[in-house]
Design a protein. Structure first.
Lengths: 341, 553
């Protein structure tokens, strides 16, 4: 009697375990099967650090045009890099889109990308933002400026050094560079191009500069009036908020600022290379570039008209060389965090 | 009887080991083994950083202050609810647990929106501007976390006080001490042991908390263990070994505290639970006690529910956030956008519901088997299983999450659930299994041996006994456990942030990312919907518990 019930429960238990494991395996198998029949049922996994709306629009337009189903993971540049690192043993991503060309170049240097030299339209794309060997393409960019609250500001700032003045004391912030790829780009570009950069940053700190989360969080503080200005604010977010009726304006300092490119590349371990190449082609195409412009970003193709924003040649720029910059960026980041910790 | 013997034990242990122990092993392995060799340089590297000591200091200071903060709220509240005429308002208990059920990151976002420069407070009372600077400091963080965690301590203290109330005080009165001496010599010592246990638990919960440090703490530059682990995993430059080392360190700290808690628990627990139900006496208060009590309760409710909920709801209704609180600046546009079919917010919210229901079902089944095996925890094996299945309660969620990521990405695994939705459910199950085990166990402990004996005498088969007698009797515990699991899964943030597969978001990660990157108004609209559902579930839970009498006191 006893033994029989044993068996009953043992079997029941094992079934439960199998069912549980099945939950997992089934889906894992599904993905395996899916990848096996790539040819018929096209799928593509994209890890994108794009602005939410733009990434979704591109995904939708791309799916409609090509019929390829896109699995999208969105996060900050940091999150995407760490995900790639954690998944090294069983990679799933095909395409990676980062908000920092230096990090992209780092991926190339550690042999994690594959070249796609035959990309259509690649000649129209800004070559300063892209890799010579076709490992990644700078399909868009944002310029970093000073975003300020128009209701609480009597005199708009014109240059970086203005923010060291008493008017701005305790009223400004900067996105946290360990969260925001563009903020790292700014610090790196600014300190590389301007000799006085670190002393200016120090004077901001003395004037009560606060390090304030990711890009949107920093800008949000300006929108709600908690702060009056964001240093190194990404311009497309400010333009977007302005279009929504929020009291925000952005200026580009006269002494020059950093334009931070965003790049797309195909991962070396990509399982759906053809679809991935189609995705890159789409991003570089006029249609893709127009979507970029609609999101208030600077398109990689200069011929595409910008929308309700300053065009690239209207922005005073500092010259920055992004290639091989990752190690130096890390130094700058460490120095900055030590200063503000 | 069923669920006894070696095979059942081995089987249950296997489940627990695969899902709960293996991740912890993976952390150990990843920290100490490098290319096949034992390498402690990783672990020791951690201690050379100043950062780790600062983090440790921050976490400890925060833990201690939160104990003080929760005490200030919970102790008077427990007395008010047992010693004054307010004892009769049972609904207060449900309302008082709402702060604990509110997702902590939502609560602190509410506080930030309320207190910040040009925030709602300053818009309502411009002269209160000075409070902003003093609030955005460790002080504010302690306030927010204490207001979130106090229900925990309050319920523990209240239950102890209820038990002491009766015969102990009668005996003390009869033996003729003054009432002050009664208090000092009888009530306080009895209360102390449950206070110490409760406050150590608060300490562990504070260490494990992610939501508040991630939102409010990052605003004031206050890093704790959980946020550091998260940032090593998600910020550039990524350092996974550092994250596992830190996880291991946090794990050890929690185990040490838990050990002390057990030690104290065993030494100073008195049998305050006697067979006699404490008699209820009519309580008549002086008017000033009454007023003071209601004022205190009102104040706590205002601070713990009123302010955060006000901010969330107002933000979700604002049209132009830069215009602040103004007539005409309100609309339901955010809600409209959320409820447009296929909107990101709605999809995320529905994902959360599916994950939570699956988790509730699976943990209920596993929890039932484990509880049936453990029974009252008399044999060694039963105790081992009990310990392992309750372990996720004392180990911070983020440690498990890190371990699960490491384990399911191990190169030798033939198949992996990583990057699938199953991974989310498995993670939730590991994290929340203790809830269902606890509730079912406590239901089970109320079954008297005579039930089994009479069933045996009347010659039913074992299966019939279980199906017809035990399951129905345990049903209330199972349901309560499921509801609790559901509520807790709905608000889980850190697991979602780290393990969600591409194209999948949960309500919690959606709200968090709206705060970080997107549209705060829409994020807050989803927050309001989440919170509303949680509150409805809580009242259901209260009703369920009441129906079953004092089932889970």
């Amino acid at each position: 009697m006893k033994k029989r019930h044993f068996k009953f429960w043992a079997t029941a238990g094992i079934l439960l375990a199998l069912a549980l494991a099945g939950c997992g395996n089934k889906e894992a198998k599904e993905t395996n099967e899916a990848s096996a029949k790539t040819q018929e049922e096209k799928v593509l996994t994209v890890y994108s650090a794009g602005p939410d709306g733009l990434a979704a629009n591109i995904q939708q337009a791309f799916e409609e045009k090509t019929g390829i189903k896109v699995e999208m993971f969105q996060g900050t540049t940091g999150k995407i890099l760490s995900r790639l690192e954690a998944e090294k043993n069983n990679p799933v991503a095909d395409i990676v889109v980062l908000a920092s060309v230096a990090s992209m170049d780092g991926l190339k240097a550690t042999d994690q990308l594959q070249s796609y030299e035959a990309a259509k339209n690649k000649d129209k794309i800004n070559s300063d933002w892209s890799d010579q060997d076709g490992y990644f393409y700078g399909y868009s960019a944002s310029a970093l400026g000073i975003a300020y609250n128009t209701k609480n500001t009597t005199q708009a700032p014109t240059d970086w050094s203005d923010l060291a003045k008493a008017d701005w004391q305790n009223k400004m912030n900067i996105p946290d560079p360990s969260l925001s790829g563009s903020a790292v780009d700014f610090l790196f570009g600014y300190t590389a191009a301007e000799k006085t950069a670190w002393s200016t940053i120090d004077s901001w700190k003395k004037n009560g500069l606060q390090v304030n989360g990711a890009n949107k969080e920093a800008l949000d503080a300006v929108i709600t009036g908690e702060k009056n200005a964001t240093i190194a604010g990404v311009d497309y977010m400010a333009y977007k908020a302005k279009a929504d009726g929020e009291p925000v304006e952005i200026i580009y300092p006269t002494s020059g600022t950093v334009v931070s490119p965003r790049a797309v590349g195909i991962l070396k371990d990509a399982q759906h290379v053809e679809s991935a190449q189609a995705y890159v082609d789409f991003l570089l195409s006029d249609e893709g570039q127009k979507l970029v412009a609609d999101a208030y970003l600077l398109p990689g193709n200069k011929d595409i008209a910008v929308k309700n924003r300053a065009a690239l040649d209207e922005i005073p720029q500092l010259t920055v060389d992004w290639m091989g910059a990752e190690a130096k960026q890390l130094e700058v980041l460490t120095k900055f965090t030590d200063l503000f910790r | 009887m069923i669920m006894e013997g070696r095979r059942a034990f081995g089987f249950l242990l296997t489940i627990v080991i695969i899902f709960a122990i293996a991740p912890l092993m993976a952390i150990l392995f990843y920290t100490f083994i490098k290319e096949g060799h034992v390498d402690i340089s990783q672990f020791s590297r951690m201690f050379t950083h100043d950062r780790i000591w600062k983090t440790l200091g921050n976490s400890m200071v925060l833990g201690i202050f939160v104990i003080i903060g929760t005490t200030i709220i919970a102790l008077p509240m427990a007395f008010i609810r047992t010693k004054t005429s307010l004892y009769q308002y049972e609904w207060l208990d449900i309302v008082l647990t709402i702060p604990f059920m509110t997702p902590p990151y939502i609560g602190s976002m509410g506080w930030i929106l309320f207190m910040q420069h040009n925030g709602f407070l300053q818009q309502l009372i411009p002269s209160a501007a000075w409070m902003t600077d003093s609030f955005f400091s460790l002080f504010g963080m302690v306030v927010i976390m204490s207001l979130h965690l106090f229900p925990f301590l309050y319920l523990m203290l209240k239950n102890t006080l209820l038990r002491i109330n009766g015969s102990f005080l009668d005996a003390a009165l009869i033996f003729g001490r003054s009432s002050l001496q009664n208090w000092l010599k009888v009530v306080l010592p009895l209360l102390l042991s449950s206070y110490v246990l409760g406050s150590l638990l608060i300490f562990i919960k504070t260490l494990a908390e992610f939501g508040t440090p991630a939102t409010f703490g990052s605003r004031i530059g206050f890093q704790v263990f959980t946020t550091e682990i998260h940032s090593y995993l998600s910020r550039w430059p990524v350092d996974i070994r550092m994250a596992t080392s830190l996880s291991l360190f946090l794990l050890s700290v929690c185990l040490v505290i838990w050990y002390f808690q057990n030690l104290i628990g065993r030494k100073y627990t008195y049998g305050v639970l006697s067979g006699k139900t404490p008699a209820r006496r009519e309580l008549k208060d002086k008017w000033y006690i009454r007023t003071a009590s209601w004022t205190f309760v009102g104040l706590v409710l205002l601070l713990s529910i009123g302010i955060p909920y006000f901010s969330i709801i107002v933000t979700s209704l604002q049209k132009v956030r830069g215009d602040g609180l103004q007539a005409g600046n309100f609309s339901l546009a955010s809600y409209q956008e959320v409820f447009t079919s296929g909107s990101a917010g709605l999809t995320a919210f529905l994902n959360s519901i599916v994950f939570s229901i699956m988790t509730a079902l699976i943990t209920a089944i596993i929890g039932l088997f484990i509880a049936l095996y453990i029974k009252k925890g008399e044999t060694r094996k039963q105790q081992i299983l009990d310990f392992f299945s309750l372990m996720p309660n004392i180990i911070p969620g983020i440690v498990f999450v890190v371990g699960l990521i490491m384990f399911w990405n191990a190169p030798w695994l033939p198949a992996t659930i990583y990057n699938t939705k199953a991974m989310v459910i498995v993670t939730y199950c590991v994290l929340f299994l203790p809830y269902s085990v606890q509730y079912i166990k406590s239901s089970f402990s109320q079954l008297d041996a005579s039930i089994f004996q009479s069933a045996a005498i009347f010659g039913r088969s074992n299966i019939a006994v279980y199906r017809r007698i035990i399951l129905p009797l345990l049903m209330q515990g199972i349901l309560t456990g499921m509801m609790m699991t559901f509520i807790i899964s709905m608000r889980e943030l850190v697991a979602g942030l780290l393990i969600l597969p591409p194209s999948v978001e949960t309500g919690a990660t959606f709200i968090y990312s709206q705060f970080e990157q997107g549209n705060v108004g829409i994020g807050m609209a989803v927050a309001v919907i989440t919170v509303l559902m949680t509150v409805i579930f809580m009242f259901l839970l209260g009703w369920l518990q009441k129906r079953g009498g004092q089932a889970n006191a």
